[in-house]
Design a binder for this molecule. Structure first.
Ligand code: UDP
Length: 225
């Protein structure tokens, strides 16, 4: 897979179907991998936290946001994390799910086709996280979907990296809310105009903080040019 630089990160240039075809090849490598659905908020979190920056440098980075496409001068294809998650949950890859409210996770588990090796809602302490990681280590799922939002999910991925020797850990934000039907995605015409970020900000005012990260990111890219 080819990569395009965004700031000092190598972002993978691929499409969702090609990425899905590549997952078995990645899984055949005898190590644990991480995949980040990259957006400006994660890059700005990495600016403040070197452990997240290291995670990004060690991960497969997929562009999840128009901000990343803009920074790459549109040389990349957007792969929304929610679409990647949905496709994985419709595949035959074995999965372990971490994240979201207990009611959301229960609703999601009742709907999906992929073989599920285990799951835990997203509200746990360090001791419980250790048990979750031990469970994953025993069950060896192909994919670990971590839906905790930024930067919690990145910190859990870092913990997984320290222990696991197989599988792909993917940070998927609020995808479980959308796929379970708890939250609605923007209408298709909004998505096709690349305005989902605007729709989400206006429909969920607590998301306006992500616009702040977007502005910081734009300044960072312009000053690096
Ligand atoms: N969440 C969680 N545990 C926490 C904090 C958040 O499981 O301690 C979940 C929350 O229920 C939601 C997701 O993480 O399902 C965060 O979604 P958000 O839309 O904020 O993430 P984004 O898509 O913007 O990365």
């Amino acid at each position: 897979m080819t990569t395009i630089p965004v700031l000092n990160y190598a972002v993978t240039h691929t499409t969702l179907p090609d990425l899905l075809l590549t997952l078995p090849t990645i899984l055949a490598e005898p190590k644990f991998h991480t995949l980040i659905t990259l957006n400006p908020q994660i890059i700005m979190a990495a600016e403040k936290d070197p452990s997240i920056s290291n995670l990004l440098h060690a991960s497969i980075l997929i562009p999840d946001s128009v901000g990343i496409l803009w920074a790459a001068k549109k040389k990349l294809t957007q792969i929304p994390g929610v679409e990647l998650t949905d496709a994985i949950l419709k595949s035959s890859l074995t999965c372990y799910l971490i994240g979201s409210q207990p009611t959301v996770l229960k609703k999601l588990l009742s709907q999906i086709q992929a073989p599920i090796f285990g799951s835990h809602h997203g509200y746990f302490n360090d001791e419980e996280l250790t048990k979750i990681i031990q469970d994953i280590q025993t069950k060896k799922p192909d994919i670990i979907l971590v839906a905790l939002g930024v930067p919690k999910q990145e910190h859990v991925l870092i913990q997984l990296t320290k222990t696991l020797t197989y599988g792909i850990g993917i940070g998927v934000g609020g995808s479980f809310d959308v796929i379970s039907g708890t939250k609605k995605r923007a209408p298709t015409w909004v998505i096709s105009l690349h305005l989902e970020w605007l729709y989400r900000g206006l429909s969920e005012p607590k998301r306006l903080k992500t616009w702040g990260y977007l502005i910081q990111f734009i300044f960072k890219v312009l000053s690096a040019a």
